[in-house]
Design a protein around this ligand. Sequence first.
Ligand SMILES: [Zn+2]
Length: 149
Amino acid sequence: MDFTAHGAVPRPVPVFDDTAPAVVNLDPALLGALRRAAADATCGFVVNGGWRSPQYQAHLFREAVAKYGSPAAAARWVATPGTSAHVAGAAVDVGPADARAWLAEHGAGYGLCQIYRNEPWHYELRPEAVERGCPPLYPDPSHDPRMRR
Ligand SMILES: [Zn+2]
């Protein structure tokens, strides 16, 4: 099944793409911050994952359960449709490695923060980070209170 309309990203998409559902359905504030950062950085930014439909997120979670053996183990890597920041359009998985390195150093100035230690590609908007810096990292999503609803 082709999930592109549901936010699947078969190939990395430039952050300035205006057609990919994974990009155009992101929260406008998050996408704006990401594009400002990408315009200032010297390296290219691509999106490996962005907005996802609940159906696609459910598909990813089922795949993760098959791969990791249980829903609890899968939850360290993939959120359920009800909890995923990707479904809300509030998270973006950034590549390649040099763009992630640039964001790790400069992202807070744009309100762009890594959230999980085990996902150096996953960024969300934390506007207060511009003033205060990014919040401490969770070891993985299973430690995130938002994931326990
Ligand atoms: Zn992510």
